[in-house]
Design a binder for this molecule. Structure first.
Ligand code: GP9
Ligand code: MN
Length: 401
């Protein structure tokens, strides 16, 4: 093992708090559904567009789920694939490029691999070509056993729009694949209809488009509403199939959908100016953990995608083994209180740091840099140390395979 390895290992050991023991094994042995909500940002939750609820199903589901309103995406240029990388490895994606492409030959200690050692069957459902984002190669490295991709779905002109198979059809067609899997399974679903440019046919619009000067923002609400409907119908089908009861569902937004280019219109919608502070807050994405029969609750804990791996493992009652992971169980009482975004911006309990400026969360105003200073070095160090794991292929030194 190299010096760098020991340096990173020591750094990582200091990052970890004890996962919450009362959540350990809460979903032990259950089938796991992890559902990536394409381009969905938290600002659409519990909100109306001209009187129309944008996410009625998720808003209801949230009342019977563990819900984290202060959960941030941490992706870079690798977009959806970066979110997948964060979730499976609890490592940051790279400062530029997509790690799915650049480092697919590395050794990983992926969540799918860890849980398959405990008898889980990890699979992915996504109706795009298998090689998109180099997924066919990377999924092997992460330990997935089956990838149901475009070839496994019936895709035609009638059931596709924009990027391909519509979410409602994708979920419906996935049922046959799902029920063929050995249990317990861990299945990742990647939705796609709510992807830029947010194309949808009239017949699939459950709410009208908005009427601002940004076509993109206008359509976004309508496609978000569509995906919400797709998930609702999927739940109905799972109940019919008798699959719902013995499962845990984790919904997460993969990354932002509305870029800064549309700040004027988004600001109109939100009724506030989009300052750099607000831009960081807009990087919050939905996170709902739904366990049938559990009441759930709202947790205002600040967290990010990097925390999902330890959270899921604790819920399943599975140890991560020897690992270099940077996140912490979201339910833990020993969390570090620092969320680092890939561009170096960060969020603490009290402050937000972005573009070399420090903001006070209580009144959203810019304050002296001193308040943020204690965290600046730590935030950069976390990113750098995580990059070292990838550049140095450091996970190859562990033998818990
Ligand atoms: C395509 C889907 C969308 O397979 O992952 O990709 P994105 O552009 O969001 O990364
Ligand atoms: Mn995406």
């Amino acid at each position: 093992k190299s010096d760098v390895f020991y340096e990173v290992e020591n750094f990582v050991n200091d990052l970890h708090g004890e996962p919450n023991p009362s959540f350990r094994g809460k979903a032990k042995g259950k089938n796991v559904f992890i559902i990536s909500l394409e381009s969905m940002q938290s600002f659409v939750l519990n909100r109306k567009m001209e009187g129309h609820e944008i996410t009625p199903f998720l808003n209801d589901l949230m009342k019977e789920s563990y819900y984290f309103p202060n959960f941030y995406h941490q992706t870079g240029q690798g977009k959806t694939s970066d979110a997948e990388f964060l979730v499976d490895n609890s490592l940051y994606p790279l400062p530029s490029g997509a790690v799915f492409f650049t480092h697919a030959e590395n050794e990983y200690n992926g969540l799918p691999e860890i849980i398959s050692r405990e008898g889980y069957y990890p699979a992915v459902m996504h109706a795009n070509h298998a090689s998109f984002w180099n997924r066919d190669i990377m999924y092997d490295a992460l330990g997935y056993k089956r990838y149901f991709s475009a070839d496994d779905f019936e895709i035609n002109e009638n059931n596709s729009v924009g990027w391909g198979l519509k979410d409602i059809d994708m979920f419906e067609q996935s049922i046959a694949h799902l029920t063929s899997l050995p249990e317990p399974y861990y299945v990742k679903y990647l939705t796609i209809t709510n992807h830029f440019p947010y194309a949808l046919e009239k017949e699939d619009e459950f709410i009208p488009q908005w009427t601002s000067t940004s076509e993109t923002v206008n359509r976004y609400f309508t496609t978000v509403r569509y995906t919400d409907e797709a998930v609702k119908r999927f739940f109905q089908r799972l109940k019919e199939e008798g699959v719902y009861e013995n499962a845990i569902f984790i919904f997460y937004g993969d990354h932002y959908g509305i870029s800064e280019y549309h700040n004027k219109e988004l600001g109109e919608f939100l009724g506030k100016e989009i300052t750099p502070f607000e831009s960081v807050q807009l990087q919050r994405v939905p996170l709902l953990i739904h366990i049938p029969g559990e009441q759930g609750g709202t947790f205002d804990t600040i967290g990010g995608q990097i925390d999902l791996k330890p959270t899921i493992l604790n819920l399943l009652g599975i140890d991560e083994g020897e690992d270099l992971s940077f996140g912490n169980d979201l339910f833990s009482n020993e969390r570090p209180g620092l969320v680092v975004l890939r561009d170096g911006s960060f969020i603490t309990e009290k402050y937000i740091y972005t573009k070399n400026k420090c903001y006070d969360k209580s009144n959203e105003s810019e304050i002296e840099i001193e308040a943020c200073e204690p965290f600046i070095e730590e935030a950069q160090l976390q990113l750098d140390q995580s990059d070292k794991v990838i550049y140095g292929d450091l996970l190859r030194f562990y033998e818990n395979k």
